[in-house]
Ligand binder design. Sequence first.
Ligand SMILES: Nc1ccn([C@@H]2O[C@H](COP(=O)(O)OP(=O)(O)OP(=O)(O)O)[C@@H](O)[C@H]2O)c(=O)n1
Ligand SMILES: C[C@](O)(CO)[C@H](O)COP(=O)(O)O
Length: 267
Amino acid sequence: MTTPAGAPRCLAVMPAGGTGSRLGATLPKQYLELAGEPMIARAARALLAAPWIEQLVVVVAADDARAAGVLAGLPRTTVLGEGGATRRDTVLAGLRWLAGAREASPDDWVLVHDAARPGLDRPSLERLRESLAADPVGGLLALPVSDTVKRGAPHDPARPGDARQGGQAGQGGHAEASAARVAQTVPREALWLAQTPQMFRLGRLLGALERFPDVTDESAAIELTGLAPKLVTGSRANFKVTTAEDLDLMRRLLAAESVPPGEARTR
Ligand SMILES: Nc1ccn([C@@H]2O[C@H](COP(=O)(O)OP(=O)(O)OP(=O)(O)O)[C@@H](O)[C@H]2O)c(=O)n1
Ligand SMILES: C[C@](O)(CO)[C@H](O)COP(=O)(O)O
């Protein structure tokens, strides 16, 4: 699919420079096998299933010796060994490469998609593009929170019934066997879980990420400039593989579905 001359193009950056410390495997999680191929290849193919994505740059760590082989043969794809210390740094390297080596225009759209989200489906991708085609800001796939939400509080021996029962504080402020107790039930109505791809104009996103280093996604940087990105409903299968339990779940999901990456799911 070609874009008419002068029209904004759709490009993509895949941050793949992480180590997968929360999963704790012997190799970075993006190289773990899922349904017969490494997670990173599955995630890249899911994005490339959209023919309107003209160029994908997969940004890996400088010492990554696996990516070139694993991604060889994928169309419209370049591997860049300039991953940074944080996800934001890695994404910035990809955006700068698009702007420099590929001479992308500040008006071109860029989709940023995690290598750790191999369950992206084509209908979600199409929904994102169609919802944002005429949008002045850009936006992201996300899921409305559907469970009752609790805010946890640390153990407080002064509170009745709050005797310490063991358990270690775990990763990301949570706990494996939690010692936290409920401080509050939080209204869920306005809450969404951010996914990727996140889709913004290249120039605006580059500027925002350069200005605001302390963000965990692209939307947060854009939000800090005073703009309100659009929330486009994603799909549950597009969850981020973060823990060993997620990996197991993703393996089962992909094994149960015999559809190629990016294609529609029947359920
Ligand atoms: N310095 C970094 C850190 C993360 N990522 C990428 O950002 C995505 C989402 O990050 P996350 O799930 O947090 O991955 P890791 O940082 O690898 O995981 P962990 O935090 O458990 O170490 C992944 O595709 C990961 O490879 C990146 O490109 N560069
Ligand atoms: C971008 C992201 O996937 C949205 O959920 C997420 O912010 C990145 O991962 P992390 O777990 O917050 O590092």
